[in-house]
Design a protein around this ligand. Structure first.
Ligand SMILES: [Zn+2]
Length: 84
C-alpha cells in the first residue's frame, strides 16, 4: 500500500481543519453554503451571530467573512422576484 499522502492531500486537510471540533466539519467561509455552518455565538439583540467557520451572519442576511469580505444582504427567505 502507498501510505504516503501527496502534497495536495496535506494542503486540503490543513485548509479544512479550521476551528471545527466536530464532524462533519462546517463549510469553509469561502464556500457557497457557508451559512450552513454551526452558530457558535448568537446575539439576536445585536442582530448578528458568529458561525463556526468565522463568518459573521447578520439578521438581514448580510455577512462578514473572516478575510474581511462583506456580503450584501441577500434575504434567502421569501420569494425571489429579482429580474436580472
Ligand atoms: Zn464547525
Amino acid at each position: 500500500m502507498n501510505s504516503t499522502p501527496d502534497r495536495s492531500t496535506i494542503t486540503s486537510q490543513r485548509k479544512n481543519r479550521s476551528m471545527c471540533q466536530h464532524q462533519p466539519s462546517c463549510p469553509t467561509a469561502d464556500s457557497a453554503d457557508r451559512e450552513a455552518a454551526l452558530p457558535v455565538a448568537y446575539h439576536p439583540e445585536q442582530g448578528w451571530s458568529l458561525l463556526c467557520n468565522g463568518v459573521l451572519l447578520f439578521e438581514d442576511t448580510g455577512e462578514l467573512l473572516p478575510n474581511g469580505t462583506i456580503i450584501a444582504p441577500h434575504r434567502p427567505v421569501g420569494p425571489v422576484v429579482r429580474a436580472a
